[in-house]
Design a protein around this ligand. Structure first.
Ligand code: SF4
Length: 574
């Protein structure tokens, strides 16, 4: 496994491969980790397997021109990304203080990425290589593909495509659009003529070439009128399904920002081929002196089993980025990755995680093949057409447990507790508690007030109480002493002091302060960010309480957490 070569990151490594130039250079704000949990690693290995020569410029110093010249000029394009996490989340805490650590940097060092690297790196590349096609993508670009509310500047901003001065923005999962663009550029097509690739956003002076577009209120209108801002949101969130979506257009100054329909998700076979590619699962050796990259350590022995999330929680960016259709890998492909892991000399017998955005959404599907207009398959209740193949989940996890050298298979990805309560899920739920909880199961009730939960698109609190009882009973039956890691959000729109009091009373009853307590952060383009910015519920138009001032947000947190974090006590639920 360790003999797999990393992709070149400088001229010497290029020479070692006997290459004089690259086809594609990815520029990323994360350290270079050749592991399938890192978007750049996945896409670079994908293009490499398609026959392209790919290199990586990881965390270039944006103040130094030479850092962008390390790999020369690519034959086809530069692909710029902020990395696995939005840079603003990476740099700032929810109270807008600087974070001291960056787990996607060597040794956890902060200060190795600028704010909004998508813009900063792209602008640098434009200056140095004005004629080379420039693509941007990843979660940061994806969530800023149309005009959006920016929490950090408290402003509505235009699509990041304009600020980055890029040719094409790729949103969602990038394999299909990247491959198509690479192939067309390789055939000599000019980048400015590429008008029709799904999963991309482009800027044009006219949109007359589009069939049946959805025209949003212009950027100028959404800046000055909150109702138009809501209208734009309600329009674009109806255009997220690859099979039914129409192109979306938003006039921005004198140009038109055009979002083409989303790319089709990969099939099971394509997912298998992608994750079966050779990954060394290591970071670049230049990081060894810093003790490696913390984010890699947490996923070293984890396995991705699927993509997508059928839920659409208001505060979450996943359904906007990965889509609601879940695509899963075959059991054979997952087992083969696990076998390779187990054969590694450093493997200690534990697979740290098998999951995706939500662990228990492996092998789910819609019985009518997603031919419906709903955006959320799980809200206000689980749809009757939403089917989970629990037998396959059970079989898949069982096959991993039985592999030679594997002592434990943990599930660390979050689990949707409402799905665990379904009658068909009981065998799976028991197996989960029996074999796959590593001390604590990650659960995200998010709040206890039904008013807030409704706005969040989360199940009502009574369901959570039911889950708590079921979890307690199961652990008792199994003779286990296992905890819950419970995630809560304070100061979400709709949460005033009365609702914060309810949450405080609940945690007091628990007898300990949950460690996973987070002040709400409105992520760009999400339903919750629309509520936060406009003070209105985008579904009903009704006004909402919104805690915006730092002091109001801090008060809500203090009410739940108390003045000082108490030491973690034993979870009385089990
Ligand atoms: S029918 Fe139900 S399961 Fe299918 S896409 Fe619509 S909400 Fe989701």
């Amino acid at each position: 496994m360790n003999k797999i070569k990393l992709l070149p990151t400088n001229k010497e490594e290029l020479k070692e491969r006997g290459w004089d130039a690259l086809d594609v250079i990815f520029v990323t704000a994360d350290a270079y980790c050749d592991h399938p949990s890192f978007g750049v690693a996945l896409l670079s290995r994908f293009l490499e397997a398609k026959g392209y020569r790919v290199g990586i410029l990881a965390q270039p110093d944006w103040r130094k021109r030479d850092d962008f010249l390390k790999l020369g000029q690519p034959r086809l394009f530069f692909g710029v990304t902020a990395g696995n996490l939005d840079s603003m989340l990476n740099i700032y805490t929810s109270s807008l203080n600087f974070r001291k650590h960056d787990k996607y940097s060597p040794g956890g060092l902060a200060d190795l990425r600028p704010k909004l690297p998508t813009i900063v790196y792209a602008n640098r590349l434009r200056e140095i290589f004005p004629k080379t096609p420039l693509l941007i993508g990843g979660i940061e670009a994806s969530l800023r593909r149309l005009s959006y509310y920016d929490f950090w500047s408290d402003k509505v901003r235009r699509s990041i495509l304009f600020d980055a001065k890029a040719d094409i923005l790729i949103y969602g999962m990038g394999e299909r659009p990247l491959f198509e663009i690479a192939a067309r550029l390789a055939q000599g097509e000019p980048v400015g003529g590429i008008n029709d690739v799904r999963g991309t956003v482009i800027s044009r002076s006219s949109f007359s070439f589009l069939e049946n577009p959805v025209v949003l209120p212009s950027f100028g209108e959404v800046v000055s009128d909150k109702h138009k801002f809501i209208r734009a949101f309600n329009l674009y969130t109806h255009e997220l399904d690859p099979w039914t979506a129409r192109p979306v257009v938003q006039k921005t100054d004198t140009r038109f920002c055009i979002q083409l329909p989303p790319a089709e998700p990969l099939s099971e076979k394509e997912m298998d081929e992608l994750y079966d590619l050779p990954f060394s699962r290591q970071c670049h050796p230049s990081y060894d002196k810093f003790g490696g990259v913390p984010a890699l350590k947490t996923v070293e022995t984890s396995i991705t089993s699927h993509r997508g999330c059928a839920g659409s929680c208001s505060f979450c960016s996943l359904s906007l980025h990965q889509g609601r259709r879940v695509t899963s890998r075959s059991m054979a492909s997952i087992a083969s990755e696990a076998k390779n892991l187990a054969a590694g000399k450093d493997f200690k017998g534990v697979i740290s995680d098998v999951g995706g955005p939500t662990a228990n959404m492996y092998a789910v599907r819609c019985l009518i093949d997603y031919k419906c207009a709903k955006e959320d398959c799980l809200w206000p209740e689980v749809c009757r057409n939403f089917e989970i193949d629990y037998d396959r989940q059970i079989q898949m996890l069982g096959s991993l447990r039985s592999l030679e050298g594997v002592k434990r298979v943990n599930i660390q990805s979050g689990v949707r507790y409402d799905l665990l309560l379904l009658p068909k899920a009981q065998k799976y739920f028991k197996m989960l508690c029996q074999y796959h909880v590593s001390g604590q199961l990650k659960i995200a009730p998010e709040h206890v007030s039904d008013k807030v939960l409704h706005l969040m698109h989360k199940p009502p609190f009574k369901l959570y109480e039911k889950f708590l009882q079921a979890y307690k009973a199961l652990n008792k039956e199994l003779g286990k002493d296992q905890f819950l890691a419970q995630y809560f959000i304070t100061a979400h729109p709709g949460c005033g002091l009365d609702e914060a009091k309810l949450l405080a009373a609940f945690t007091k009853k628990l007898g300990y302060v949950p460690e996973q307590l987070q002040d709400f952060i409105p992520l760009p383009m999400t339903r919750s960010s629309v509520m936060y910015h406009t003070g209105l519920d985008p579904e009903t138009g009704k006004p909402l309480t919104v805690a915006k001032k730092g002091s109001e947000r801090a008060l809500q947190r203090k009410m739940v957490q108390g003045p000082k974090k108490k030491p973690r006590a034993l979870n009385p639920l089990t």
